[in-house]
Design a binder for this molecule. Structure first.
Ligand code: GLU
Length: 471
């Protein structure tokens, strides 16, 4: 079955083509939007610590520059290939349009197994990758702004900004050449957990949509829903923590080398700590079962299944055995188009990747703005806000003739700092985008993914039309 699975980019195109007829956009413009603008495929030599030389393969794809800069993560993975990079870049284009983040779509990859390299080697790879892009003007705050993805994180982003800034010493806004940086390197509070927090907001909105929940035959609300999370990397670990905090019951957690389950619920923090310490979920306190085949966790009985690792984990082969009623795509491309059709025909609600994991790029957008404006959000107004709130509270106490509870007073007085503003902007974005999604889905009687594509294609088309490039 796996060999007949169409390529990742062919699957994305299939989703696009399903939505296209609803958009009223002409065939030529649809072709322009769908096509990947450019792929830079390159190789560079790496001197290993033992003195041997290895040739490393890498890519950066610019799917659509209808808005600039283009934006998207860089993954370090030994399975990386050009088709995957193109597919992921196209998802970035639609994702940004879906949540109204004014970027085009891009993605990069380095074909390495990151665990097979020392920190010093990874640093050389990251810096050389950046250099190769920088000398060709393929990275920069107004051109292309990478970010973390599978196998990369804040540390790699710090190497990227340092390399770029060294090559562009007079560029005032150089810090905006990459997002997902550590806060001390120009990053923003709340970026690390942003994708996971966005997943929570998306799932919560769906669970609070009474019409949808009635269709699923489930009571509204996230509290008490049984959740399975596959993948405890940055996205999955935070999604698990937040979903649990919001009342979801984590009945299974899966990593690449095995999964744990407990029908009464696992504790995310315990499981994460156990995995960090032992490199496996096996033996985790609180688990009633260990599943040696991680993929089996996807098929457990639950209401909400959250694939948060890699693409193509739900295929036509295992789709018939998926029991979840809600498939929350925290990863990019976890469901093949054929599997999605099967699940939809069984009435499963799919929260599509291009909406559900858009929290990361949303907060990346805030980080980029912070870098361009050279000031931390809330720095100018936080204290002023707090003083105004205190004056209002004093007047309220005067009127009431009694003092407020000190804890209540302190909470109500606080001005918004960077983390508060980031969370509020992220929530607003995810809630607003869900409303758009739900409305388009109802108007055309289509699934949420098709609705997301209709919405995104329409927005991108208008950019081309407004500029007189297409009728
Ligand atoms: N790699 C993340 C994604 O797939 C984040 C991209 C970004 O922040 O630019 O959405």
């Amino acid at each position: 079955m796996a060999s007949t699975t169409p390529s990742f980019s062919a699957q994305v195109d299939r989703y696009f083509d399903k939505a296209a007829p609803y958009t009223g956009v002409g065939a030529d413009l649809l072709h322009q939007i769908r096509t990947c603008n450019a792929v830079y495929a390159f190789h560079f030599p790496l001197k290993r610590d033992d003195g041997t030389i290895e040739v490393v393969q890498a890519w950066r794809a610019h799917h659509s520059a209808h808005r600039t800069p283009v934006k998207g993560g860089i993954r370090f993975a030994d399975h990386a290939n050009e088709d995957e990079v193109i597919a992921l870049a196209s998802l970035m284009t639609y994702k940004c349009a879906m949540v109204d983040v004014p970027f085009g779509g891009a993605k990069g990859a380095v074909r390495i197994d990151r665990n097979a390299y020392s920190d010093a080697e990874l640093e050389r790879i990251t810096r050389r990758y950046t250099y190769e892009l920088a000398v060709r003007n393929l990275i920069g705050p107004g051109v292309d702004v990478p970010a973390p993805d599978y196998g990369t994180g804040g540390r790699e982003m710090a190497w990227i900004v340092d390399t770029y800034a060294t090559l562009a010493p007079d560029k005032l806004e150089a810090a905006g050449c990459v997002t997902g940086k550590p806060v001390e390197e120009g990053g923003i509070a709340g970026r690390v957990e942003a994708t996971g927090r966005g997943v929570l907001f998306g799932v919560r909105e769906l669970c609070d949509d009474t019409e949808v929940m009635k269709g699923l035959g489930l009571p509204p609300g996230l509290a008490g829903k049984r959740v399975v999370v596959q993948g405890l990397g940055n996205v999955g670990s935070h999604a698990a923590l937040f979903l649990q905090e919001a009342g979801g019951v984590l009945v299974a957690l899966a990593e690449y080398n095995g999964a744990i389950a407990n029908p009464d619920g696992l504790d995310a923090e315990t499981a994460l700590a156990h995995f960090r310490e032992h490199g496996t979920l096996e033996g985790c306190p609180g688990a009633t079962r260990f599943l040696a085949r991680s993929a089996d966790a996807l098929e457990l009985d639950c209401e909400i299944l959250v694939p948060a690792a890699l693409e193509n984990v739900i295929t036509e082969e295992n789709a018939p055995r998926i029991q979840a009623r809600i498939l929350a795509e925290a990863a990019n491309g976890p469901t093949t188009a054929g599997a999605a059709d099967q699940l939809l025909s069984r009435g499963v609600q799919i929260l599509p990747d291009m909406y559900l994991n858009a929290g990361g790029v949303t907060v990346s957008y805030f980080e980029w703005i912070k870098n361009l404006s050279h000031i931390r959000f809330g720095r100018m107004e936080r204290r002023f806000e707090e003083a105004s709130n205190r004056r209002i509270l004093a007047a309220v106490e005067d009127l009431a003739g009694r003092p407020l509870d000190p804890l209540v007073r302190e909470r109500a007085a606080a001005g918004a700092g960077e983390i508060d503003l980031v969370r509020s902007g992220l929530e607003d974005t995810m809630v607003g985008a869900y409303r758009n999604l739900a409305e388009v889905s109802r108007t055309h009687t289509v699934d949420l993914r098709t609705a997301a594509y209709i919405h995104a294609i329409g927005k991108i088309a208008r950019v081309y039309q407004n500029r007189g490039i297409f009728p």
